[in-house]
Design a protein around this ligand. Structure first.
Ligand code: 8YV
Length: 321
């Protein structure tokens, strides 16, 4: 029996490639070349499966040009790079990689919150630049985490992980806003109270964004929302670029309309709005919230499991359609 053919669009752990090679004829991109859409389409010709990451767009154009495709397995929980409706229409299964990254990503959200509120990047740059000559009472004085109010926009699994860390670990008062309200049990477990978006923005000392990106969530935080926040507040985005209007955020930070921001994701990444690069009160990281070796390996193996299941006639583990 001939083995199905798959494309692995980005470099990934060699042991995952080796696993895939036990089941498929694999074309991989272990040199991690950047492909144009045309190259991606050309490499997908004759392939039944694709192993993708968040930067690989699968839309109607790709689907029309790749009639052999049966499944695209994303090594990411977010799947805004997939046009899931178009995939469903084309009979292509879409899968993502949820759960395995929840705690790692929640850890990072909290780390970025701490670094932002306590001005860790700014103060480290100061020290490295040899500017530290004496102690002073208000040097890099930031805002407290413990006992403060944490507002979480988007209360899926990662949002809940952050709520638990805040409420149970740091005695924070947690408020959240989400498309749908959590069950009473989950609210109690997270010690989180449901509020409207406006109330959340006005009340929170720290606002954490953990919602999925879609046309509906584009610029969820823009100039109007930033103007509702406390001047002492911090904003952290570990969700997706495009949820925040980065230009509006840069002006708000420069004018100190809010105190600080921590950003792991950016509009048009890996490009970063040039103003954000020169503003001191923002902590910037290159989309690494899920980046620990065990978690990235689990994400890659889950994408591989989905490909293996579907292309051997079984049900996907984590389907999106
Ligand atoms: C991925 C992410 O590393 O899972 C997600 O949605 O944003 C990250 O964990 C990234 O999308 C690459 O696939």
């Amino acid at each position: 029996m001939t083995q199905p053919k798959i494309l692995v669009a980005r470099a990934v752990f060699p042991e995952v490639i080796a696993r895939l090679e036990q089941h498929f004829v694999v074309e991989s991109n272990q040199l991690d070349d950047s492909w144009t859409k045309e190259q991606f389409i050309q490499k997908l010709q004759g392939k039944q499966g694709a192993f993708t990451t968040g930067g690989d767009r699968v839309d109607a154009e790709v689907l029309a040009a790749c009639p052999d495709l049966k499944i695209c397995a994303n090594m990411a929980v977010g799947y805004n790079n997939f046009d899931v409706d178009a995939m469903t229409q084309a009979g292509v299964i879409a899968t993502n990689a949820p759960d395995v990254l929840t705690e790692t990503t929640a850890d990072f959200g909290f780390a970025l919150l701490m670094a932002t509120a306590r001005r860790m990047s700014e103060s480290e740059h100061y020290l490295r630049a040899g500017k530290w000559s004496k102690w002073s009472f208000d040097m890099f004085a930031g805002s407290d985490i413990h006992g403060s109010t944490l507002g979480i926009l988007g209360m899926g699994r990662i949002g809940q992980g952050i709520a638990r860390r805040g409420a149970h670990g740091f005695g924070m008062s947690v408020i959240y806003h989400n498309r749908s309200r959590l069950s009473a049990e989950l609210e109690a477990d997270c010690k989180a109270s449901y509020v409207g978006k406006e109330e959340l923005l006005k009340t929170a000392d720290h606002v954490m964004l953990v919602l999925p990106y879609s046309a509906a969530t584009h610029h969820t935080i823009g100039a109007a929302e930033l103007s509702l926040m406390k001047p002492t507040a911090t904003l952290v985005n570990i969700a997706r670029g495009g949820i925040v209007d980065d230009a509006a955020l840069a002006s708000a930070l420069a004018a100190r309309r809010i105190a600080a921001a921590g950003l792991d994701v950016f509009e048009g990444e890996p490009k970063v709005h040039p103003d954000l690069l020169t503003i001191p009160n923002v902590v910037l990281t290159p989309h690494i919230a899920s980046a620990t070796i065990p978690t990235r390996l689990a994400m890659a193996n889950l994408a591989a499991d989905n490909l293996i299941a579907v292309l051997t006639g079984n049900k996907p583990l984590t389907p999106l359609n």
